[in-house]
Design a protein around this ligand. Structure first.
Ligand code: HEC
Ligand code: HEC
Ligand code: HEC
Length: 453
């Protein structure tokens, strides 16, 4: 027995030592040569555009804080992380970073002191950024961003989780090395789709929200070689990061290129509207700044992704619901609730009003397998963000104060099975669960247009 214990302990020691060697073994990265005789002003401008494409501001600018000075709290499974100051301030920011230091942080996930970064910084996606684009980003951050003196805030991660060496193991196992995923446009059948793939997989890091993750937290696929890529991610802030593949009902299968472009440019489109939560911020900080050619490239690439095999929802336009409601035959409590609370804006035919009130018939969010976003929307309402091309903030009131959990479930079950929509029913427990997560004065609740009694 003693002998057995001893050999078990020595085995554990050997494994631990092996893990430590693996973690601390330095990662060698190819040196990135500086830009040659480039026109500096043009290079900085290009870097500014790429920083928008990468949405660097979303995480590196705190609410009300100076651009890129960091300090934004980011929730993670192990505690709150605070983003870093990436302004060129020499004492508190990245002013002393060489091009190579910057490259190691952004594409490899290694800080200047050699420790690994948390993947809350999306370096597994940024790894695909080209050398030329890295040089432009560096020029912008060094010369186009104002230095701000702001000390980095320590993360609120308790020991032992705060040790960074296990992070090095994660990085080495799951984050691709840039040289291994160097972008190869010849894999795509046309250059426009290739450009879209480059933006979506790389700087756009769309998969960091829209791709499901494994238990060990890496995205299940980083490009279209895996069917899980962009097939729908976790719930963020009560909003499901929906399926962006070609699924006809709950994906982008029925969206036109123009719908996708309009959505990414102005958070609105003729037929689909609504971008809740995190995606509204993506549009405001990032995609609305992309040029036409790039937005069409992103749309073309998304439209090239085939549907996933398991399809739960479907849609086939059916006039029966509209006829029955128009004739005053509601036939269920859910239908009554719809007529009383929703039809004024979304109409009894479920078609809404183009560009103002989204249609409900065939709406991919309504048909989403997981109804969590729809529950959140009906309880807490929502407000479309203002964008440069559509400055008004259009809102939908929340009904949390007015409808019980059972009523919300009946109402949603009705809209998910009417006008030709076919998606699973919603039960009251799901509503109770979500209601409990809404802070009483959450922005979503207090932002609604109807005053609570
Ligand atoms: C989704 C959030 C997110 C986005 C988007 C993001 N970052 Fe980060 N970044 C972080 C976090 C969090 C850290 C700190 C990680 C840590 O403490 O391990 C970080 C760290 C860094 C660092 C290392 C700083 C240091 O002190 O060594 C650099 C450089 C950086 N980011 C640059 C960028 C650039 C450039 C972009 C846009 C192309 C970007 N980040 C986009 C979250 C993000
Ligand atoms: C005062 C007008 C108004 C009323 C009443 C209203 N809505 Fe809305 N609805 C909107 C607007 C505006 C949007 C777009 C809001 C946004 O994007 O933030 C919207 C969006 C939606 C969407 C689209 C979701 C998506 O992601 O595409 C659904 C579904 C929806 N409403 C269902 C309902 C239901 C169910 C009711 C009744 C409980 C209701 N609405 C009541 C104005 C209204
Ligand atoms: C920070 C997380 C996050 C990132 C990054 C992100 N998205 Fe989203 N996205 C969401 C969420 C959450 C929704 C659902 C919003 C809703 O239901 O109202 C969404 C919705 C969408 C929709 C609308 C789909 C529908 O059926 O309503 C499109 C299109 C979209 N995202 C495209 C993209 C693209 C392209 C990128 C990369 C450039 C991207 N997203 C990056 C979180 C994200």
């Amino acid at each position: 027995m003693k002998k057995f214990l001893l050999s078990l302990i020595s085995l554990a020691v050997v494994v631990l030592v092996a893990l430590l060697i693996f973690a601390f073994w330095p990662t060698t990265t190819p040196t990135l040569a500086a830009a040659k005789d480039a026109d500096q002003a043009a290079l900085i401008e290009k870097g500014r555009y790429l920083a928008d494409a990468g949405d660097c501001t979303a995480c590196h600018t705190a609410k009300g804080g100076k651009p890129f000075a960091g300090g934004l709290p980011i929730a993670s499974p192990i505690g709150t992380l605070y983003s870093s100051n990436i302004t060129p301030d020499k004492a508190s920011g990245i002013g002393n970073y060489s091009l190579e230091d910057f490259d190691r942080a952004v594409r490899h996930g290694i800080a200047a002191n050699g420790t690994s970064l948390y993947p809350a910084m999306p370096y597994p996606a940024y790894a695909r950024t080209s050398d030329d684009d890295m040089r432009a980003l560096y020029a912008y951050f060094m010369q186009g961003v104002a230095p701000v003196s702001a000390q980095n805030r320590a993360n609120d991660v308790p020991w032992p989780l705060s040790m960074r060496w296990p992070l090095a193991i994660w990085r080495k196992v799951f984050a691709p090395a840039p040289q291994a995923v160097a972008f190869d446009a010849s894999r795509y059948k046309d250059p426009q789709i290739a450009r879209g793939a480059y933006l979506v997989q790389g700087l756009g890091h769309c998969g960091s929200c829209h791709t499901p993750r494994a238990l060990t937290l890496q995205e299940k696929a980083l490009d279209e070689s895996g069917e899980a890529f962009l097939s729908g991610g976790p719930v963020i802030d009560g909003w499901l990061a929906v399926n962006l593949r070609g699924n006809p009902a709950d994906g982008l299968g029925n969206w036109s290129d123009d719908d996708i472009v309009a959505t990414l440019r102005s958070a609105r489109s003729a037929t689909h509207a609504v971008l809740g939560g995190a995606m509204g911020d993506v549009v405001v900080h990032s995609t609305q700044h992309l040029n036409d050619a790039d937005l069409h490239a992103v749309a073309a690439y998304l439209k090239s992704l085939p549907p996933t095999k398991d399809q739960v929802a479907s849609f086939k336009a059916d006039p029966a619901t509209a006829k029955a409601l128009a004739a005053g035959q509601e036939g269920s409590r859910g239908a009554e609730l719809y007529v009383d609370n929703c039809a004024a804006c979304h109409r009894t035919n479920g078609q809404g009003y183009e560009r103002v009130f989204p249609k409900i018939a065939g709406n991919s969010s309504v048909l989403s397998q997981d109804p969590v976003s729809m529950i959140r929307l009906v309880l807490a309402g929502s407000k479309l963000p203002a964008t440069a091309t559509a400055p008004s903030e259009l809102g939908m009131p929340g009904f949390a104060w007015r409808l019980s959990d059972e009523e919300v479930a009946q109402l949603l079950t009705f809209i998910r099975s009417s006008w030709g929509n076919q998606a699973p029913a919603v039960n009251a427990e799901e509503v109770t669960k979500l209601r409990a997560t809404l802070p009483k004065e959450s922005p979503a609740v207090s932002r609604t247009d109807i005053a609570k009694p």
